[in-house]
Design a protein around this ligand. Sequence first.
Ligand code: ADP
Length: 327
Amino acid sequence: ILLGEVNEIIWCNPSAEKFFDMSSNNIGTKITYILRQPEFEKILVSTTRKSKNHENKPHIILRLKKTFEELVLSVTLIPYDKKKILVLIKDVSDLERIENTRRDFIANVSHELRTPLTVIHGFLETMSKHNDKKLILSQALPLMSEQTVRMTRLIEDLLTFTKVESQGLRNEENVNIPFMLSTLIIEARSLPGTKHEIFIEHCSELWLRGNAEELRSAFENLLSNAIRYTSPGGTIKLKWETLAKVIRFSVEDNGVGINQIHIPRLTERFYRIDKSRSRETGGTGLGLAIVKHVANRHQAELRIKSEEGIGSKFYIDFPMERSFTNT
Ligand code: ADP
């Protein structure tokens, strides 16, 4: 936006028009009617128009409320042609959002790694002070090893997450979903903590075009969650079924269930309802975030239905075009 001698708008580009809802009627209007921010007015007053010195470019970050979101604008004032000022505005809202997400992510990962490390460190310290090292060692070793397993699981999930978050979908192949589900079930049943009734309630014969490793990881995460959040003796049903417009993978359990208020946030990284249950059962807090990304990469949608104390149903709806009959 170009300003004249008394800070009136004398020109603006189409982007500024669109952004601030301006039209040719606004030519001649003072900029402070459009950008009503005291901080902006302050730097405007202090900007000298006489200076041709390009070093003198006052800069400010403004935050504007626009309907539901906050906009972050980077504003630079450039004295121009003696009596004019060029106001250069850049919308940096997305950049700031990405930066905040990155910061939160690093803070979360550090916190997740720090907890097991603190436990291991504690044991090592006790051991160095204690005379009966053998006794301490026999008690500490299994617990220390549990913590290293936890760290390894976190690192593995972080690597998977980075993979499914960053690149586009690669290595698409014809995936035999019925076979994949039957092996998943066998593996799940043989896990030491599994004392549930797990079965495939319905299985379409259709195969799916996609990345086998990612699909397996998503299905495995949902099945392992169902086991971890259902008491022993509970029932877990898997389905692979064709509906009117989609082909659906679903896992249904009659476990602890989820209060509605948590559902919209479940796929956020490290979001957990019951932190101790998640940790005790080997959760990293990344499972559903991975599932959601894998679904998105296959143009599919992850949906969650649940009732506290009754059970949960997680389903992934794949576009029908991805499915086919293997001949
Ligand atoms: P975690 O490793 O903690 O299980 P996830 O991302 O897989 O992380 O899941 C996020 C949270 O969603 C869990 O901590 C748990 O509170 C909730 N959750 C996931 N699956 C289920 C389920 N089948 N039943 C009840 N709660 C679930």
